[in-house]
Design a protein around this ligand. Sequence first.
Ligand code: NIG
Ligand code: FE
Length: 416
Amino acid sequence: MWDTLWLNANVATMVAGRAPYGAIRNGALSVKDGRIAWVGPREDLPGDPKALAADIRYADAEWITPGLIDCHTHLVFAGNRAREFELRLNGASYEDIARAGGGILSTVKATRGASVEALVDASAPRLKALMRQGVTTVEIKSGYGLDLETERRMLRAARALEKVSRLDELGEHGVRVRTTFLGLHALPPDYKDRREDYVALVCEEMLPALAQEGLVDAVDAFCETIGFTPAETERYFESAQALGLPIKLHAEQLSDQGGAALAARYKALSADHLEHLSDAGIAAMAQAGTIAVLLPGAFYALRETKPPPVEELRAAGVPIAVATDCNPGTSPLASPLLAMNLACTLFRLTPEEALAGMTRNAALALGLGHEIGTLEAGKAADLAFWRIDEPAELAYWMGADLLEDRAFAGRTAWAS
Ligand code: NIG
Ligand code: FE
């Protein structure tokens, strides 16, 4: 007997290769032990609903989608960078500010002074905002510590946020958190003339220690002129690979460093940003199965003008994910739906691609394609229920309140 059966639902399964959105109109979806037990057209239900499920609910012709997956965020940090926003409005560039010791390093200063509890308190409202728009899985990067103690506190805060959400302290009944160690994010000022020492510290001490403590689900680096060179990045990938950790990379955001191709050589889960991605990078990603994570919030906030090569990524068959990149510097964005809207408006994704980018392909970018991202029997019952008439509305509205409810492992937050 199933635990819960939803009837009268339009279900956007997001399974590829079926109808647009993998849609099933007048569908039914059931849950058993936190997993999807059955999904299909209501008329195909294998019997009388009352005999099939303990609890029957009516979705009133709403749309059910997979819970949204924000696969690239830096949402654990202290302080904010509103002052730099003003500086940029007055003409300073992101690189100018970074070179003058602001940017990432100003958030490092604030974050180094914060306890795990303070980081959880500062970050919980951002996580809650994502959850209020249907997010059931979120990736959170470290990278504002740049020393072992602070990186550890950031990763612990990320793990703690998952627990807090399960204890209902956020009032939303659960979210899955995946942690990423972003050891090579910026060079700490005290290593200014000792780059190699910092890279060695990250590769030989910080990463192994944090991985051993179970705090690292994947690694990431910022491969950029104002970040780390491809050679430094490669050394870090070697260390990650030796520890069996999956790899992600901030690549080709501000310039073409060949980062995506490097990441692909290490069979990276994803290469992210990609505005300056070359044809060679695209081909390497396609061959390696590396997901392209597009971050239109950063493109918008930095008022960039060169969009990522979406048409070429499509033609090469590289799956495209979309994420908020929620961070205090380049993307103070805590709305997955607005990220989808920006991906359509600025990058010309279709609304269906934008939703696939926040569900099916985002799951792949986290190595969780077997577990979440589409509505199929056996996957986790992480669901979003929307007050919409058609799924394209999710990417179409800006700032609207569309979420009726969300379910994490089959358990709904608000509605009975
Ligand atoms: O994804 N580019 C590097 N990392 C972040 C920005 C971090 C920051 O400016 O605080 C990004 O855009
Ligand atoms: Fe980022």
